[in-house]
Write a protein that binds this ligand. Structure first.
Ligand code: NAP
Ligand code: G4F
Length: 361
């Protein structure tokens, strides 16, 4: 049974990836942070009591700032594959705590790479690199575009990107960068702009919110559907040789278009609800991201199915459902049409693994 270690397993991508790995027969080890509140909401449904002889998911406390503990974890688990997804991933927050962003999002990566090298564990390594690294480089951005980062977060990711390349070249590690453009889902954190908007639309429709305060409406992003991206992370680690790949849809839209689309889908005029708050603007902005993912299409056979409009519908419907409201319906239909199979294995895994509440020992 192959063994995987996932940092950031409690995040959006970590939760989808853990489901995928379990469905593919992996023993999955996830690192989680100790918090005074529960931070395992996204993985509670796949949690298993470790006393269960059939348990395949194991959680371990740890932190990316703690090198000794990371080394112990990797040495003891001896994973075949490491998916390094943990990070302070919010760009605006990284301006507020830049030193911490560098420590977690930058140095966290070298702590893991060093642990792999020193322990002699021949694990394949996936680094969650980001389209933010392209910053002000002109679109469309591909693997050969220059990095021109515009935030402490992006600069920390550039450091991690090059460390991953360096460990591949210097020590022959199977170390791979996935350079992912924005990908979203109903599990997206509530302070990222897509989820902030779709959640507000649902709450406004339900009479629970009156206004939505946003920052820059003019920046453009290439937004895709997260479950499709974690599939490609796995594919990258199954290749014969390690390499770096851009993932994105190739479609780009402004935040304004996102707002129009989400409110329009719910039959609302966004002008009645949206106000601008300068506090959400960033000191330096990334204006235009649009992926050229032709290498991933050619080499990995990866091409995403969910379009921007469909993504918005999926997210608005999910947010309505989470408030106990009737979904408008198109989002659910899109998921069924495009992912009949995925939904089957998704619910299969969920039914297979009993949720007894999440505890780590
Ligand atoms: P996310 O939902 O914000 O999840 C981040 C994860 O990192 C969480 O599990 C979080 O734990 C963990 N984490 C944060 N600080 C940590 C620390 N000091 N020690 C250990 N774990 C820590 O992010 P995501 O959207 O799933 O993204 C996954 C990765 O891909 C991130 O590295 C992100 O930067 C990168 N990325 C994301 C996108 C995107 O559009 N989603 C695009 C490109 C790259 P808690 O739950 O305890 O906070
Ligand atoms: O949703 P965002 O916060 O995502 P951002 O900054 O593009 O970063 C995300 O994608 C990256 C990949 O390119 C990841 F690496 C990173 O970890 C993260 O997942 O903001 C998107 C855009 C920005 O231009 C921002 O200025 O939306 C604009 N925006 C406008 N009003 C807002 C808001 N963003 C947020 N979070 N909140 C607002 O109220």
């Amino acid at each position: 049974m192959p063994k995987a270690l996932v940092t950031g397993i409690t995040g959006q991508d970590g939760s989808y990836l853990a489901e995928l790995l379990l469905a593919r027969g992996y023993e999955v080890h996830g690192m989680i942070r100790k918090a005074s509140t529960f931070n395992t909401e996204r993985i509670n449904h796949i949690y298993q009591d470790p006393h269960d002889p059939a348990a395949k998911l194991f959680l371990h406390y740890g932190d990316l700032t703690n090198a000794e503990q990371l080394t112990h974890l990797i040495y003891n688990v001896r994973p075949d594959e490491i998916y390094h997804l943990g990070a302070l991933s919010h760009v605006k927050v990284s301006f507020e705590i830049p030193e911490y962003a560098g420590d977690v999002t930058g140095l966290g990566t070298i702590r893991i790479l060093e642990a792999v090298r020193r322990s002699g564990v021949r694990a394949r390594f996936y680094q969650a690199s980001s389209s933010e690294m392209f910053g002000s480089a002109p679109p469309p951005q591909s693997e050969t575009s220059a990095f021109q980062p515009r935030s402490p977060y992006a600069i920390a990711k550039v450091y991690s990107y090059w460390m991953t390349v360096n460990y591949r070249q210097a020590y022959g590690l199977f170390a791979t960068n996935g350079i992912l453009f924005n990908h979203e889902s109903p599990r997206r954190g509530e302070t990222f702009v897509t989820r902030k908007v779709t959640r507000a639309v649902a709450r406004i429709r339900a009479g629970e919110q009156k206004k939505l305060f946003l920052g820059n409406l003019e920046s453009k992003r290439d937004w895709g559907y997260a479950p499709e991206y974690v599939e490609a992370m796995w594919t990258m680690l199954q290749r014969e040789t390690p390499d770096d790949y851009v993932l994105g849809t190739g479609e780009s839209h402004s935040v304004r278009q996102l707002v129009e689309e989400a409110f329009g889908y719910a039959g609302l005029d966004w002008h009645d609800f949206v106000e601008i708050d300068q506090g959400y603007f960033r000191p330096t902005e990334v204006d235009f991201l649009q992926a050229d993912a032709s290498k991933a299409r050619r080499v990995l056979g990866w091409s995403p199915k969910v379009t921007f409009k469909e993504l918005v519908r999926i997210m608005v419907d999910a947010d309505l459902q989470s408030l106990g409201q009737a979904p408008i319906g198109e989002g659910m239909r899109i998921l069924q049409d495009k992912f009949g199979d995925w939904h089957q294995w998704h619910s299969g895994v969920t039914a297979l693994l009993q949720n007894n509440g999440t505890h780590v020992e």
